[in-house]
Write a protein that binds this ligand. Structure first.
Ligand SMILES: CC(C)(COP(=O)(O)OP(=O)(O)OC[C@H]1O[C@@H](n2cnc3c(N)ncnc32)[C@H](O)[C@@H]1OP(=O)(O)O)[C@@H](O)C(=O)NCCC(=O)NCCS
Length: 187
């Protein structure tokens, strides 16, 4: 007798398309609940795929998001997404509420990179295994901070039992696409 199939993860169900009735065209791609998909690539990788070796610059630490850091993290996201490669609510309160009241929020999947008192990077994942935000202060780029945040996020998701990690990236966001491909993400 065949053993029963394991239940599908919430992540897998999110991206599932309804079956097309026989003889009809396929339905349009399902859009992710966190926003539009047009102009974005949806990339995924198995959680167990190897990550590149990472070392944080001296003095930089990764810590879980704290309410006291909210204004600085929000400011960082606004500046990083000014290029149009991401979106964030205009006010810090609206952003904080949106993030922390989401049913997929877990403070341990919201990580801040700090250098002393400065907030220099941020990564937020939803519990379904989706990287919602990844941003590094422009003055701190090209030092491996996004790579460290991403590797840390993948480890945390693996500990939660996620089998896959996914994200969306703007089709014109070449630096981010290079980063994700180094980590083995593919369309
Ligand atoms: C995309 C982004 C998060 C990358 O952040 P980052 O901290 O610069 O990323 P990393 O330092 O890990 O990698 C960037 C580059 O620096 C290189 N690098 C890493 N450590 C390095 C070091 N110690 N010395 C020299 N170069 C280094 C990497 O190899 C990589 O090279 P590449 O540009 O040839 O691919 C950042 O550009 C950003 O915040 N962009 C705006 C927001 C955004 O687009 N977010 C992604 C949304 S999907």
């Amino acid at each position: 007798m065949r053993s029963p199939r394991p239940p599908k993860s919430r992540f897998a169900r999110r991206f599932e398309r309804p079956p097309a009735p026989a003889g009809t065209a396929l339905p349009p791609p399902a859009s992710h609940p966190t926003g539009r998909t047009e102009g974005y690539l949806l990339l995924r990788r198995p959680i167990v795929a190897p990550s590149p070796g990472i070392s944080l610059p001296e003095g930089v630490t990764l810590v879980p998001l704290d309410a006291a850091d909210a204004p600085l993290v929000h400011r960082l996201l606004k500046a990083a997404y000014a290029s149009g490669f991401g979106t964030v609510p205009e006010s810090v309160l609206a952003w904080w509420k949106l993030v922390t009241t989401d049913s997929e929020f877990d403070r341990n999947l919201a990580t801040v990179a700090r250098a002393g008192d400065e907030v220099i990077g941020f990564c937020l994942c939803w519990t379904s295994g989706f990287v919602k935000d990844l941003a590094v202060d422009a003055r701190w780029r090209h030092r491996g901070i996004a790579s460290a945040l991403l590797a840390n996020a993948i480890e945390s998701l693996a500990r939660r039992g996620c089998e896959e990690v996914a994200l969306k990236v703007d089709i014109y966001n070449a630096p981010a696409q290079r980063l994700y491909r180094r980590f083995g993400f593919e369309p």
